[in-house]
Ligand binder design. Sequence first.
Ligand code: MN
Length: 202
Amino acid sequence: MSFTLPSLPYAKDALEPHIDAKTMEIHHGKHHAGYTSKLNDAIEGTPMEGKSIEDILDNLDMNNKAVRNNGGGFYNHSLFWSVMSPNGGGTPSGALADAINDTFGSFDSFKDTFANAAKTQFGSGWAWLCVHKGGKLDVCGTPNQDNPLMPGVGCGGTPILGIDVWEHAYYLNYQNRRPDYVEAFFNVINWDEVSSRYEANK
Ligand code: MN
């Protein structure tokens, strides 16, 4: 049993003008596909084979660079596609909205915190909104393909929203203007999916 590249839940051009079709095509079809096949190569014949990706990352030996980089890349991008939607944007509702208000004071304050983590992550990496058991929220950044499921990485907890700030995620359309890409991301966030992940992991 090996990992398979998940299909995009929408057309490659569905997130335009915020994320362009060419970026989506290369990002999903080349980058994510590459992490997936390299992850399979790295776990073949090891005790990790057959385990869930969450189980693999929770128990990861951080010195295992092949699984750290490619397992992280597989998980991170699978989450990333799912938390975007052509019908996204706006603000969350329900229990997630309450938790955001409790933790950050307001949605706008959360947005500033999350966007700042994304804009200031040095080099390649990700920014995350995570939930801890009990429902507390946290924002953090992680380098490369690390994520907060990994031992000792970021804010801990379970990621429920993430933004890829590797240049491959935005450079074709935004060149060096990462802040513009981060602002545009808020127009495509699938808050229904983020809420589902919050409910499942709080
Ligand atoms: Mn990426």
